[in-house]
Design a protein around this ligand. Structure first.
Ligand code: DGY
Length: 330
């Protein structure tokens, strides 16, 4: 068996991923695993060293999979499987050039992300974090008529920037709050998705102008990098709430800070920032109308385990030369 072991494909797992995924890899008998057995990211130098000669790599979103890393891995590398739906940390051109197949984890996290987005939206619009702080620190003097007032979803227009599975799932959850109208923008209309939530396709300008709540649900690409900037915020109503659970890179944070501190928009809820973690002395943390979460949208036990299982199954299928359960088309 020692001999058999030595011929099995070698995979590097760059993080102690949730147990379901590790079990699938271990029980497969299909691979030799080397694991970065930690909750924290593997240092870059260590990663560069460890991927050398590997057939497969299972990574998370903190690892940059670029030309340097792929060169360090060398020609054996056939499959990269990321435990994430986002793939902005992967250099797709470089992977394609080397004919490396890529697995990712769409769908399994849609419910968890949509749920958290609704929670963040309500926490921001109804000022929950400010309110608990006031209650705890003596700011709760008496019942006051306009104290800690916010904005309600009933009769509102909700705008979705980038309509995909997650945007639809958010809208489905918001609908029972009596939202009046859903609108969205994207590179092109997406009638099949929009139909389920009766969302109207509008221009980016209209989205900014009409939305009482604007939720960003797009992928980070060169096109969407920094697209939420002062031009967008300037067109929004000063009663509007901006929510981002996609990637920090879609937002120009200086412009967002200016829009929030000047009252150009009413509030922002962010689950993602640039960089991550956002330094604790960052100006956005000084604003009462900005709720910042540490990238937890998919963080339920069920979902993180499902993500790790899917990432493991993608990796194994890719190494066998089979279709992956969820393969990214390069
Ligand atoms: C992803 O999957 O891309 C999220 O950002 C983490 O779940």
């Amino acid at each position: 068996t020692q001999r058999a072991m030595a011929t099995l494909p070698r995979v590097y797992v760059s993080r102690k991923v949730p147990p379901q995924g590790l079990d699938i890899l271990r029980k497969s008998g299909q691979v030799q695993i080397e694991l970065w057995d930690s909750d924290d990211p593997v240092p870059r130098q260590e990663l560069l060293k460890k991927v050398k000669g590997c057939d497969g790599l299972l990574c998370v979103l903190t690892e940059k999979i670029d030309a340097e890393l792929l060169d360090a891995a060398g020609p054996n590398l056939k499959v990269v499987s990321t435990m994430s739906v986002g793939f902005d940390h992967l250099s797709l051109d470089e992977l394609k050039k080397r004919e490396i197949r890529v697995g990712y984890t769409p769908e399994v996290l849609t419910d968890a992300v949509a749920e958290l987005t609704v929670a963040l939206l309500l926490a921001t619009s109804r000022r929950l974090i400010e309110a608990t702080h006031e209650a705890k620190t003596g700011g709760w003097g008496t019942w006051r008529t306009l104290w800690l007032c916010g904005y309600e979803l009933a009769n509102s227009t909700v705008g979705i920037f980038g309509l995909g599975r997650i945007g639809v799932a958010i809208a489905e959850r918001l609908k029972p709050f009596k939202v009046k109208k859903f609108i969205y923008t994207d590179v092109a209309p997406r009638p099949e998705l929009a139909e389920a939530i009766q969302a109207e396709f509008v221009s980016m300008d209209e989205l900014a102008r009409q939305s009482d709540f604007l939720a960003v649900c797009c992928a980070l690409t060169p096109t969407t990098q920094g697209i939420c900037n002062k031009n967008l915020f300037a067109k929004m109503k000063n009663t509007s709430i901006f929510i981002n659970t996609s990637r920090g890179g879609v937002v120009n944070q200086e412009d967002l800070y200016a829009a929030l501190s000047s009252g150009q928009i009413a509030g922002a809820g962010l689950d993602v920032t640039t960089p991550e973690p956002l330094p604790t002395n960052h100006p956005l943390f000084t604003l009462k109308n900005c709720v910042i979460l540490p990238h937890i949208a998919s963080a339920s036990y069920t979902t993180r385990n499902a993500m790790s299982a899917l990432a493991a199954n993608n990796l194994l299928a890719g190494l066998r030369g089979d279709p992956m359960p969820k393969e990214l088309q390069l």
